[in-house]
Design a protein. Structure first.
Length: 258
């Protein structure tokens, strides 16, 4: 079995694959700084809770956008699972050719999403990840990563509202029954959710127009992506496990026997 680890700005998501099947997932908060022993104890505990043993893990792959957790996390995996993790970065085979102005600027999370979307759905494909930031990445039919757009995520926008305005409360992020809000909470929810829908639809249309790819597939992932995908017809597929699948695919490409 393979352990895939996606270290995001908000959460660290773990997924265990048996061949191509995602058997279990679990999460830890990224914001909580831990020692390698704390990471190790948490990972072993969550494995046991899900009925698994560390001996079943045959390899580990990590994609991270949070460098300051990597030393402790790597140490935990090496010490408690007995594996040196494969880290998504330069030198790994991905099957994607990055042709932007500065390929080194493309985060590993975006590369993983691009690989997952291209391998699962083909190209051309626009892959969106509704995470802490909302990202839009274009991969051509030939597997070329040609462009990326980065926008504030829904949670960032929500946090800005309730932290930078004196009288606005913290609210649950969900679509209200109507955009015609009649109280503070639903007015914020309407602005956040419908604003994200509008942004999504405009950016998708603009990418298709400028790239000349009106028939490209549009794939979304990320924790809040399902809310948006349910409300617009510009998203063809919402794939909850896309990032973890991308990690598995990269691991397989780099361990396959010639």
């Amino acid at each position: 079995m393979i352990l895939a680890v996606d270290v995001g700005n908000t959460n660290i998501t773990f997924g265990i694959f048996e061949k191509k099947e995602l058997r279990i997932t679990f999460r830890l908060m990224t914001a909580s700084m831990r020692t390698s022993d704390e990471y190790g104890a948490a990972i072993l505990g969550l494995l046991r809770y899900n009925g698994m043993h560390k001996e079943q893990i045959e390899g580990v792959i990590i994609a991270s956008v949070v460098p300051n957790v990597m030393h402790a996390l790597n140490g935990a995996i090496e010490r408690y699972l007995g594996h040196k993790p494969m880290i998504v970065g330069p030198g790994l085979k991905t099957g994607i050719h990055i042709i932007t102005e500065n390929p080194k600027e493309i985060g590993p999370d975006r590369i993983v999403d691009a690989v997952g979307a291209y391998e699962k759905y083909g190209g051309p494909v626009l892959v969106m990840d509704f995470g802490t930031a909302t990202t839009y990445d274009l991969v051509t039919e030939k597997g070329e990563f040609t462009a990326g757009i980065t926008a504030p995520g829904i949670k960032i926008s929500a946090k800005a509202l309730w932290e930078d305005t004196a009288k606005l409360p913290e609210v649950e992020i969900k679509k209200p029954e109507s955009i015609l809000a009649q109280n503070t909470v639903t007015s914020m929810q309407a602005g956040l959710v419908y604003g994200q829908i509008g942004q999504t639809e405009y950016i998708v249309r603009k990418v298709k127009e400028e790239a000349g790819l009106q028939n490209m597939k549009v794939v979304a992932t990320g924790g809040l992506g399902s809310i948006i995908a349910d409300e617009t017809d510009v998203i063809d597929v919402y794939d909850r496990t896309l990032t973890l699948d991308g990690l598995r695919i990269i691991y397989e490409k780099n361990t396959a026997k010639a």
